[in-house]
Design a protein around this ligand. Structure first.
Ligand code: 5GP
Ligand code: ZN
Length: 141
């Protein structure tokens, strides 16, 4: 546990939360400033800052919980869909440095945007540049 981490304190029960799910490794609770009814945060209980810091077995547990919770959250608020996303690192807008997935229920005509609206200036990449990026990723994987 990291003492000055809000989410570690929530997991420990030192800060109250509207808990919706808990198992040995994963914890989920309602966002205190919801972007939609049912906006839920799903976190590993152990403190890790970004996705790359999460051990693989915990990452699997996290995804399993997301997989099970997402339809349940949608049903609970009668949503039509959801965005499921991580702000993964400060430059991507992560404010709480304990990795967390957002489940944000979406409704027909809610005025929101798809995940494509997140990025800033979009690049104009040539086919060669795309090939180079793809092979850099494939080779390092
Ligand atoms: P981030 O920008 O880091 O991806 O999102 C952090 C989220 O945590 C925000 O949506 C914010 O509303 C939520 N949050 C911050 N502090 C608390 C808290 O004390 N309790 C709960 N339930 N949510 C919090
Ligand atoms: Zn933490």
């Amino acid at each position: 546990m990291v003492n000055d981490c809000i989410f570690c304190q929530i997991v420990a029960g030192d800060i109250p939360s509207k808990t919706v799910y808990e198992d040995d490794t994963v914890f989920a609770f309602l966002d205190v400033n919801p972007l939609a009814p049912g906006h839920t945060l799903v976190i590993p209980k152990d403190h890790h800052e970004t996705l790359a810091d999460v051990p693989e077995d915990t990452a699997s547990d996290l995804f399993s919980a997301l997989h099970r919770l997402t339809p349940v959250v949608e049903d609970a608020v009668d949503a039509d869909a959801s965005n499921v996303a991580f702000n993964n690192g400060e430059a991507a807008g992560q404010e709480v440095s304990h990795v967390h997935a957002h489940i944000i229920p979406r409704f027909d005509g809610d005025g929101g945007n798809p995940i494509h609206a997140i990025a800033g200036n979009t690049p104009d990449l040539s086919d060669e540049e795309l090939d180079e990026i793809a092979s850099d990723i494939a080779d390092a994987r």
